[in-house]
Ligand binder design. Sequence first.
Ligand code: SF4
Length: 474
Amino acid sequence: MVNLLPAMNPTTTTPLAPTKARQFLTDSDRKAFDLEHRRKIRFNIGKYNAAVQTGLGFYQDHELARARASYLKTQVINRLDEYLLQFEEKFTAKGGKVIWAQSAEEALFEVGKIMERRKARTVVKAKSMTTEEIHLNKYLEKRGIESVETDLGEFIVQLNGERPYHIVTPAMHLSKLDIADIFVKHLGIEYTDDAQKLVLTARHLLRDKYTAAEVGITGGNFLVADTGAVCVTENEGNARLSATFPKTHIAIVGIEKVIPRLQDLDLFWPLLSTSGTGQQVTVYNTIYTGPRQPLEKDGPEEMFVILLDNGRTNLLAQPDKREALNCIRCGACLNICPVYKNIGGHTYEATYSGPIGSVITPHLSGMAENKHLSYASSLCGACTSVCPVKIPIHNILLKNRQQSVQEGFTDKEERRAISLWLHGMKHRWVWDLAPASAKNWVLSRLLGEVGWSKRRDAVQVAPKTFRQLWKERK
Ligand code: SF4
């Protein structure tokens, strides 16, 4: 029986993070029955899923590619320290600077120092989940620096004051008409539902920002250890412009993004694009190896890579769960997940939503506040079956549940219910004490507590047990 309600610290009676877990239940309930939301998500995810099926058809042996990618990423994660140092050595040899940030605060502090030195007033930003994770836009805004999202989806959600809905497609929850309304409201344009006109409006606005910005900030899809390179994958070319127009380029990248060799991109680029959007290869794949070199005509004067830990080493310290760090953020597990498709990305109240978000968020942001996400799964295993790096996502969700129990993040009622159940399972005669009507009464009370009966028929035990039926038959 799943209990998503607030856990109580066993040593005190203080509820642990009741607000987040309760809010999650309330929002899930609301979203799951919001038919308009469901229609949009089904439509948008449906398009991606169809494209992915076509994309997979181009592989001769997709299973082999997945196995190789999983093997390579696992090798890297098991020797992450060595690969990161190799990356640092190679990247700094070409004039780049590496900054190690243990937390979001450290990363923001370092960004702040660079902004101050460059006297930056405007930043152009390419889509990056690590910058969402450290709440970079809020930080820059507080310092009076304009931070402009240049990816179209991010630009739209930024205008609308929302967080990204999906790790690959941030505005997936919006229809063309929603976007038209947002543009009218925030940009004051005349209403149009012509998609091309809307795109041109955004493009026109953004072009000026690239040339005005002193600093460009991107994330990074891969860090190549043997070359000291940061690889950025995108479909619009905006990341390229953000990284090359301004005099300073900062890439904020999670430490788990390392791959060993440049030639491994041959494996990872198609896997990333096929699993995420169904493309054989994403439109723009750029490899940055440092600032502009002598005789080069473009590129930034200086380039920094901020290597972000922010809780990733918590996962690394747990060998049975560290495979979660293999993630290449393709988004496939979100698109296939029956829970994500019903409750949507914002309900998770986390930077990383969907199955992989439920796995890593408790480790990045605290088990007490986020253990409820481990239960936001039907454990059907669909996520695991589509993951291009073969992360056993639903198994790790179970391990997270186990960890949360071991660390005492369960409430008194839950512990009592489990021990009663355990006693009953071990002592068959207990079940025979009560008639079916009494069992039904207990079941309806227990299931009512966890919200089961709200939208489902009551669970009824059979009037006679199997043993009774068997006896009668003999
Ligand atoms: S866990 Fe796997 S499927 Fe999900 S985003 Fe990461 S790589 Fe993609």
